[in-house]
Design a protein around this ligand. Sequence first.
Ligand code: HEC
Length: 150
Amino acid sequence: MLQKYRINVAGLATCVAMAATALATAAAAEEAEPPPYEGHIQCETEGDPSTCQIDLWLTRGYRAFSQCQVCHGLTGDGSTIGPSLIRKLREIDLDRFLEVVVNGYEGQIGVMPGWGTNPNVMNYIDQLYAYLLARADGVLPGGRLKRYDR
Ligand code: HEC
């Protein structure tokens, strides 16, 4: 009898712990912000970026990226003079992104110019970040993209 009682207590404790974990996981999922590109991409086949199209909002970010291509490569994968933004966007947060794009900086690879006074970049900085993050997350392919909302 005593033995059985002990087993039940252990079972109950496991049960409570599991419920607590489940609740914590649910809370974390609820708190996590959706990525900034969410709701701006539609794909014919889920998980296949080549079938994806973007809306006008995200297209503005894609267009703003043309200012960056000369150094960071046509698809953002980097060139001999600028690092891959696909890799960089996985490493840095939004604050750092805004800091370097607005003010620029000089690092070991070279000079990243500041864009704080360039409206072609600054007016679409949210969209540009969202576009690059979608690239870094593997959600969008490099190169030209079609718009779905016309
Ligand atoms: C004239 C060349 C050039 C252009 C144009 C350029 N960059 Fe850069 N960028 C660089 C170089 C060089 C670095 C690396 C500097 C270093 O770390 O030595 C860099 C680094 C970065 C980084 C990494 C920051 C970090 O913390 O590591 C980001 C993000 C970035 N650039 C975004 C952009 C965006 C967005 C644009 C377009 C609006 C852009 N760059 C246009 C040259 C350029």
